[in-house]
Design a protein around this ligand. Structure first.
Ligand SMILES: [Zn+2]
Length: 280
């Protein structure tokens, strides 16, 4: 379980006294792994740790904090009148599920050169899809779960094999039977739809705009193709166990460009969603 409270924090950072309209509204948890949606006065330039962040015409923007992000972050705002303001942000440190696996040697399956080449090509394709910038405002929507059910894997978890750390898990896994329908968590454009990637099998990426994108892994069926426009709740795929997977589940990932974030930071808790379904 998460160490911090799950309440969504909306914090309006106060402005300098003489700059009445100067503020940034932050919607999200100020914690490692979180996706933050924010709003500034239109025309304001925003920098996160000196990197420019794109802002839409309504003054809306998104950014994220990686799994092991520094706890001290700095926002810089340059207002339309040229005035610059610094806004330090203090993040909550996350506790991730770490599992020590000792005594048994991890079976290392070295893929053959052909498979290795395929995996490298897949990874390049995924990176390119996530690097795209789309001027869609869908990233601001209240996201919904692409599928409801038992959570069988969480963001940030990691296994340590005989003292050697494995790659952390960056998605949230929802266990479901092969063929269970997966819906779009928000509006977007399909930026990748490939049925047979080496590791992730049936793989789909939905671009929600301004760098925010969803990835689905191990799908058995893909209903939409690259370039298709989808609405929140549209049926886009079916759960599977394709690629290197141990059983049918949906692995949902949320990225801000290449930064891997925790999808559960932008949806209501699964517990609350399931309770609501039961009540209906
Ligand atoms: Zn997973």
């Amino acid at each position: 379980m998460r160490a911090f409270t799950r309440t969504v924090l909306t914090c309006v950072l106060t402005s300098m006294a003489f700059q009445a309209s100067a503020a940034i509204e932050l919607n999200g948890e100020l914690s490692q792994g979180a996706l933050i949606r924010a709003k500034v006065q239109p025309g304001t330039q925003v920098f996160l740790n000196d990197e420019p962040v794109k802002v839409n015409a309504q003054g809306q923007l998104a950014f994220g904090f990686a799994r092991e992000a520094e706890l001290e972050q700095m926002l810089k705002l340059i207002y339309p009148d040229g005035l610059t303001e610094l806004k330090p942000l203090k993040l909550t440190k996350r506790q991730y599920r770490i599992q020590e696996v000792n005594g048994i040697s991890k079976k290392i399956m070295k893929p053959d050169p052909k498979a290795q080449a395929r995996a490298a090509k897949d990874s390049k394709q995924v990176k390119a899809a996530r690097a795209q910038f789309t001027a869609s405002d869908a990233f601001n929507q209240q996201f919904i779960w692409p599928l409801t059910g038992r959570i069988s894997g969480v963001y940030g978890s990691q296994r340590i094999y005989n003292g050697k750390p494995g790659t952390p898990h960056y998605g949230v896994d929802v266990a479901a039977k092969t063929g269970t329908v997966v819906v779009a968590p928000a509006d977007g454009v399909i930026s990748l739809s490939v049925p047979d990637m080496f590791y992730s099998g049936g793989t789909m990426i939905i671009d929600h705009g301004y760098g925010v994108n969803s990835t689905f892994l191990h799908l058995s069926k893909l209903y939409v193709k690259q370039g298709d426009v989808v609405k929140q709740g549209d049926k886009v795929a079916e759960v599977g166990s394709t690629g290197r997977s141990t059983g049918p589940h949906l692995d949902w990932r949320v990225n801000w460009y290449q930064m891997r974030l925790d999808p559960t930071t932008i949806v209501p808790s699964m517990k609350s969603v399931l309770a609501k379904q039961d009540a209906n």
